[in-house]
Design a protein. Sequence first.
Length: 273
Amino acid sequence: MRIEELCADVLMFVGDAYESVATAFIDGRNVLLIDALGSEADAQWLRAVLCDRMDLSVRLIATTHFMSDHIAGLTRFPEAWVMAHRHHRHTFLSQNRPVAAFYREPDLVLDNMALRWGRHQLRFLFNPGKTMDHVSVDVPTADLAFAGDNIVGNIVYLSKADPLLQRAAIGRIGQFGRRRIVGGHIGVFDAPVLDHALHYLERIQESVVRILLTEPMDEAPYRIKAIRIEDCIAPQVEPTAFEQEWHQNNLDVIVAQSVFALDASLAAVRSAA
């Protein structure tokens, strides 16, 4: 678990579970959290640092999306209000492994809104991509944008997602024009990470569609699971161990959930026309 100062009054916490990220905006003794880490142990650590060690009070927790690996701390801060998009239950129920113990009904439900916290203006934008409740957060006063799980470092994660929505969501985050991007996992990145994620999404889609169009049906799953991250990642980007792990998860998901099967069908129709 680690802590990184993004500004004098903005701290980023990265937990052990899934390298999930939570970010604290500090106004005096009051804290606004964006996301709340991915395990009970990490959530306890977060509370210990903020409340016990720093003597701060978490007043509001804003979620980028309502998946269990980002909301473990909601119940650890009962005094805080929770804010989520109105489609939060859809996302929670659509998970592969929802953790009911982490669920807490939001106090505030939103589509789009702006909020001032201390010296910072936070703009919350409904930005469906990886999930249907995704909210991106633009913080011009800190030159930060929060992507949630619309990116996973320099790649994307495809489980139960529409790649077209993901592509559009990443593009909208880029339109904020911020120099630093906070992901739902791993940490903070320079702005080119958005282009890297789009590059990965385009390349893995091209590879899968090509296999589905050219390989026998019984051979295609094996060929898909053999796609190398080096053939998908952006040039000059060295994939981290976390990105390599989730690339392998992507390959399993693509086979199990028939991701890009529609794209392959549409490509076949265009080719025959």
